[in-house]
Write a protein of this length. Structure first.
Length: 223
């Protein structure tokens, strides 16, 4: 049985990188197995060692983190969390469509990152709700925004947003004052509508194909 979550960091800011390493190493279930400053270094590390979660900065000086995402498929099955000071709305959606499992802002509470690593390693997702809302709102305003797709109910929209907030089924049930069985049933309805089988796939499809319908308030859609 695996004892620790093996973490690879890719960030070109040495001070931030080393500070984050010290923070993560306080958690007994985490092990930072490599720290890199460039996409090339990150790919070499992924080819040489087993990694569970990659913490990937978006702005890497002359490169962007999505350059690594485009080449990650051949380098292993590590799950990726973007840890960034900020991203353009289009870049956020592109990252989601490229397979990122989470996005955490660098100025967030450190506890959010720690929880994001645990959730993503377990196969869930963790997206900063504020930056995702900004990305969706920007897409809605674009002339070439995707056509409206299959609609979902208010209850399904609440559950989807809770998933994006990184909540477990139990936490979603508490938020909505519903049973876990009802929450699981609603998630299965969303899976069916999106044509997916996992939470990560649901998030990517919701953002890529149905963001205007599924992630925007009904009132905003009508306004």
């Amino acid at each position: 049985m695996r004892e620790r979550i093996r973490i690879l960091m890719v960030d070109d800011h040495t001070l931030f990188r080393e500070s984050l390493v010290r923070l993560l190493e306080r958690e007994p279930e985490f092990e930072v197995v490599a720290r890199c400053a460039t996409v090339a270094e990150g790919l070499r590390a992924l080819a040489a060692i087993d990694v569970d979660v990659v913490l990937l900065d978006y702005d890497l000086g002359d490169e962007v983190g999505t350059d690594l995402l485009a080449r990650l498929g051949a380098a292993g099955n590590a799950k990726v969390i973007m840890v960034t000071a900020g991203m353009r709305p289009g870049a956020t959606l592109n990252a989601a469509n490229s397979g990122v499992a989470g996005l955490v802002l660098k100025h967030s509470d450190p506890r959010h990152l720690i929880e994001a690593i645990r959730r993503v390693d377990a196969g869930e997702t963790w997206w900063d709700a504020g930056i995702l809302r900004t990305a969706v709102a920007d897409e809605k305003e674009q002339p070439g925004a995707p056509a409206r797709g299959r609609s979902i109910t208010d209850r399904q929209r609440q559950v989807l947003r809770s998933i994006l907030d990184g909540l477990t089924n139990k936490e979603i049930a508490a938020r909505m004052q519903a049973s876990e069985t009802a929450v699981k049933a609603t998630i299965q309805e969303l899976f069916s509508k999106a044509g997916v089988r996992t939470r990560s796939q649901l998030v990517r499809v919701a953002i890529e194909r149905y963001s205007i319908d599924w992630l925007t308030d009904e009132q905003s859609q009508q306004g």
